[in-house]
Ligand binder design. Structure first.
Ligand code: SF4
Length: 235
């Protein structure tokens, strides 16, 4: 899943551009999701979800034609992105806002940082320019990095690799964790990078254990294995 962020100040056409990018990506056959920072717009006084929150609920999930999560203390962007993986398999997530994030950005104002792919005027972009912008997104947007900064890619850390992708000098699969990710290990919610050899070792061990449990008799086409260990007494 690749992530792109459209940034700019209020009323500068962020939503206009986000909509145009969504339409192009969907036309190209991609599944697209969006995340928007909505400030207080969901806190509509008197509504049932507002009452739930006022009563002290830490998380309120509203669902109808739209679904939203409302968390008492808010959530870090990376946590929200992690959650989306469980909700739907997406090719792209477009974020509106979150200007300080370290994902590939399109700026609709003068704002620019080391993660900015391009500055765009959303109200004056013709179809050809929009097509090339979406080509650039396909080529240079990237997904989440582990932030383990293991330097296996030859860069000083994950952010350095990300900035090199933005400049068009490197590809995302320079990160060994992105290349061969058959096994995912998290400790306390934090992803632990594993090289291909360790991944293979863990996979063979777990698959071998499952053979003894005769799990092949379970009728499912989903080949994913999930293992969660509650390790309260020993780390
Ligand atoms: S190899 Fe991946 S995890 Fe390690 S520093 Fe590079 S980008 Fe980060």
């Amino acid at each position: 899943m690749k992530i792109i962020s459209v940034v700019g100040t209020k009323d500068t056409g962020k939503t206009v551009l986000v909509t145009k990018i969504i339409e192009k990506l969907v036309k190209r056959g991609f599944e697209v999701g969006t995340i928007k920072h909505v400030g207080h717009e969901l806190d509509v006084e008197g509504k049932d979800t507002w009452k739930h929150k006022e009563a002290g609920a830490s998380m309120v999930v509203g669902t109808n034609h739209e679904t939203f999560f409302h968390l008492k203390d808010g959530l870090q962007l990376d946590h929200i992105l992690e959650l989306t993986k469980y909700l739907k398999k997406l090719d792209y997530i477009i974020i509106e806002g979150f200007k300080t994030s370290h994902y590939a950005k399109i700026s609709v104002t003068d704002f620019e940082d080391s993660y900015t792919l391009k500055k765009v005027d959303p109200f004056n972009i013709n179809d050809d320019k929009l097509e090339s912008l979406v080509d650039m997104i396909e080529e240079r947007a990237y997904g989440m990095f582990s932030q383990m900064n293991c330097r296996d890619c030859g860069f000083k850390g994950c952010d350095d690799l990300a900035q090199s992708i933005i400049r068009g000098e490197t590809k995302e699969d320079e990160c060994h964790m992105k290349r061969e990710k058959n096994v995912e290990l998290k400790v306390g919610g934090i992803e632990i990078p594993m090289n291909p050899f360790v991944q293979k070792f863990v996979k063979n061990t777990v698959v071998g254990m499952l053979k003894a449990l005769k799990t092949s008799q379970i009728e499912t086409t989903d080949k994913t294995i999930e293992l969660m260990i509650k390790n309260d007494d020993n780390r």
